[in-house]
Design a protein around this ligand. Structure first.
Ligand SMILES: [Cu+2]
Length: 276
């Protein structure tokens, strides 16, 4: 290959350093994903387990592509470093471009087709009859959870009656027969191994109901009641956060999800009835 003047030649050190950096960067990244020093908390629903296995499948495939691409880059950086040779120009390789575009399509469509129908199970199929319904209301910057009470019916809400100072954050019309036994709580408690249906709404701006262990995140949109259902299988207390930047107090818009045994849940319900 034709040489340029030797004074213009590049340095092997620069190319080698960059190649070594790429190797180290790839190694550290792969290590962090395998050792998992920071990882998701364990899922507490069967759907969460399905979502995790799909996540792992995607991660393994994209991980292999990532490692190959980084190793290829490190090799090219070192192999074709500036030795003082003249740069040559070429217009690319159509066969390669078609091949990797097709490979990407096959990969993404394939992963989509192979995916467990976990997400669709939650969003497109309704909860089974006899589930426990809980209404979730987001408002700047708190969560309120309403249970229909022993009659199983949610009472009337009147926006004109919303008053945080009198403790009626939802505007519940207690004169309505169905509203008399409604229970409103700042945390959400659910019985273990029983299907729960959430009716998610917002009183002002868009919020987002998010519990990591449920692997569920759903926007609360003003003017809509969005249904979502889950069955928690592990007793415990979990953080619930608003996952939508909803204003200055967004950072403190959090609550708790308590998954209780059947007996503890019955007791919790009793305490709530006494407190209303
Ligand atoms: Cu919010």
């Amino acid at each position: 290959m034709e040489k340029r003047k030797s004074s213009c030649a590049g340095s092997t050190t620069v190319a080698a350093t960059l190649a070594v950096f790429l190797l180290a960067f790839t190694g550290i990244t792969v290590y962090l994903f395998i050792a998992k020093p920071w990882w998701f908390p364990k899922p507490i629903t069967d759907v969460g387990v399905l979502i995790d296995s799909q996540f792992h499948r995607t991660l393994i495939i994209t991980g292999i592509v990532f490692v190959m691409a980084q190793l290829g880059l490190a090799w090219v950086v070192f192999r074709y470093r500036d030795n003082g040779q003249k740069a040559s120009y070429f217009e690319g390789n159509n066969a390669f471009e078609v091949a990797w575009t097709l490979a990407t399509i096959v990969l993404f469509v394939g992963l989509g087709l192979y995916a467990e129908s976990a997400w669709a199970t939650v969003h497109f199929t309704p909860a089974a009859p006899g589930d426990l319904q809980i209404e979730v209301t987001g408002q700047q910057f708190t969560w309120n959870f309403r249970y229909p009470g022993p009659d199983g019916k949610f009472g009337m809400l009147k926006p004109s009656m919303v008053s945080a100072s009198t403790g009626n954050a939802l505007g519940l019309d207690r004169s309505d027969q169905d509203a008399k036994d409604d229970i409103v709580s700042p945390i959400i408690a659910v019985p273990v191994n029983r299907e729960v249906e959430l009716l998610i709404r917002s009183q002002d701006v868009t919020h987002s109901f998010f519990v990591r262990e449920l692997r569920l995140k759903q926007d609360a949109v003003p003017g809509m009641i969005i249904h979502m259902h889950f069955t928690a299988t592990v007793v415990g207390e979990y953080d619930l956060a608003c996952a939508e930047l909803c204003g200055l107090g967004h950072y403190k818009m959090s609550s708790k999800l308590k998954v209780l045994s059947e007996a503890d849940f019955a007791q919790w319900m009793k305490d709530q009835v006494a407190n209303q």
